[in-house]
Ligand binder design. Structure first.
Ligand SMILES: [Zn+2]
Length: 381
């Protein structure tokens, strides 16, 4: 991908373009920033510009030459992409991960958090063996086709100490034309001797509207749905793609509405929703809370701004209007606090079923007896 396809990181892109145009390319860069900000995407865009046969006119890859096409397929002989791998990964795993990266540089490569919840997904790392074989050996030779030779090392914070020391030697005596692009979301776990030899490039969490636009353009998500999903991703494109591909999200948003309705009226015949929520995994419940918080924030928006409010849950507008109309005295901020509390409780070793039942009661209290409610309610009322 050329720089033009990199989402919402104008500062880092500009720094790299200037380096390309002026011909002052450093031999090592550290791209760092939060998960899902596009570190791998930026690294690949830079690699493509470095390996473009037309020398990246105007500081960006042309996108159509042979070199550009090979980089896009991760098949350029002067490009080495090294991913951290679990100890039991085989050649097919490596191929599958690289194919996924070539197909969508913004997708998460490691198993998602939800899989970790079931105990699957081993810790991935960079081994000394692979560091020698895939980085040291190829990077000491001259480039084969391009002016540069590029190694992208993903998540260098999980480099084993011996591997880091082997890599350090390369950084100290780089061969002609070699460019190393390292990525990490944890600079505190990278050897200071490595950090000090790299030009730093900081990426920020992506803006919601950039994520929403990219969901439409890159993943074919309908615009209304993208506008709902983007704020839930917290500035991570990888997370947004996961949410968009997850059929559970729509069902969980319906579950949130049912839960709010039950908390409001507490009709015994609707109590089954408590079991449905308590049946979620702990990760599932955290997401349920996130979705519920988005809905509660919409209630705040609508009560503050009225019909002109722009809602995150645009497709649930009539439900938002209904709640705000029926809950003139609700303590909406109290509702938000109780949801946040339930979300943090579940990270500790508290029974999920208990958390769900207490949350329903306390949400109901906040809905009915907010700070504006009268202290004394006559029996006749
Ligand atoms: Zn090109």
């Amino acid at each position: 991908m050329p720089f033009a396809d990199v989402l919402d990181q104008p500062r880092a892109v500009e720094a790299l373009r200037r380096a390309l145009v002026s011909g002052r390319v450093a031999h090592a860069y550290l791209v760092y920033g939060p998960d899902g900000a596009g570190k791998k995407a930026l690294a690949l865009a830079f690699a493509q510009a470095l390996l473009c046969d037309r020398n990246a006119p105007g500081g960006d890859a042309c996108g159509v030459c042979n070199g550009c096409l090979k980089v896009r397929k991760l098949a350029h002989p002067d490009l080495h992409v090294v991913l951290p791998l679990p100890s039991d990964a085989d050649e097919d795993d490596v191929k599958a991960r690289l194919a996924r990266l070539a197909d969508e540089p913004y997708a998460a490569l490691s198993p998602s958090l939800r899989k970790k919840d079931d105990g699957a997904g081993k810790q991935a790392f960079h081994s000394t063996e692979r560091m020698n074989e895939e980085v040291r050996r190829p990077m000491v030779y001259q480039p084969l086709e391009a002016k540069h030779k590029v190694a992208i090392l993903v998540d260098v914070d999980v480099m084993r100490p011996e591997a880091a020391n082997a890599f350090l030697k390369l950084l100290e005596e780089p061969s002609e034309g070699a460019v190393f692009i390292l990525t990490t979301s944890r600079t505190d776990r990278v050897l200071p001797t490595i950090l000090s030899r790299c030009q730093p490039l900081r990426l920020d969490a992506l803006a919601d509207d950039a994520v929403a636009a990219a969901l439409v353009a890159r993943a074919g998500v309908p615009a209304a749905e993208a506008a709902v999903l983007a704020p839930m991703a917290g500035g991570s494109m990888a997370r947004a793609l996961e949410l968009a591909a997850d059929p559970d999200v729509a069902a969980q948003r319906e579950l949130v509405l049912r839960f709010f309705r039950y908390a409001f009226v507490r009709k015994p015949e609707q109590a089954a929703v408590l079991d449905d929520v308590a049946a979620l995994s702990r990760e599932g419940f955290k997401r349920f809370c996130d979705l519920a918080l988005h809905f509660a924030h919409d209630l705040v928006r609508y009560r503050t701004l009225g019909p002109t409010a722009v809602l995150a849950n645009a497709d649930q507008r009539s439900a938002v209007e209904g709640f705000v109309g029926n809950l003139p005295h609700a303590d909406l901020h109290g509702m938000v606090e109780r949801l946040e509390e339930a979300r943090s409780l579940v990270e500790r070793n508290v029974s999920l079923s208990l958390v769900v039942r207490v949350l329903a009661v306390r949400l109901g209290e906040a809905m009915h007896y907010g700070p504006c409610a009268p202290v004394f309610v006559p029996l006749a009322a």
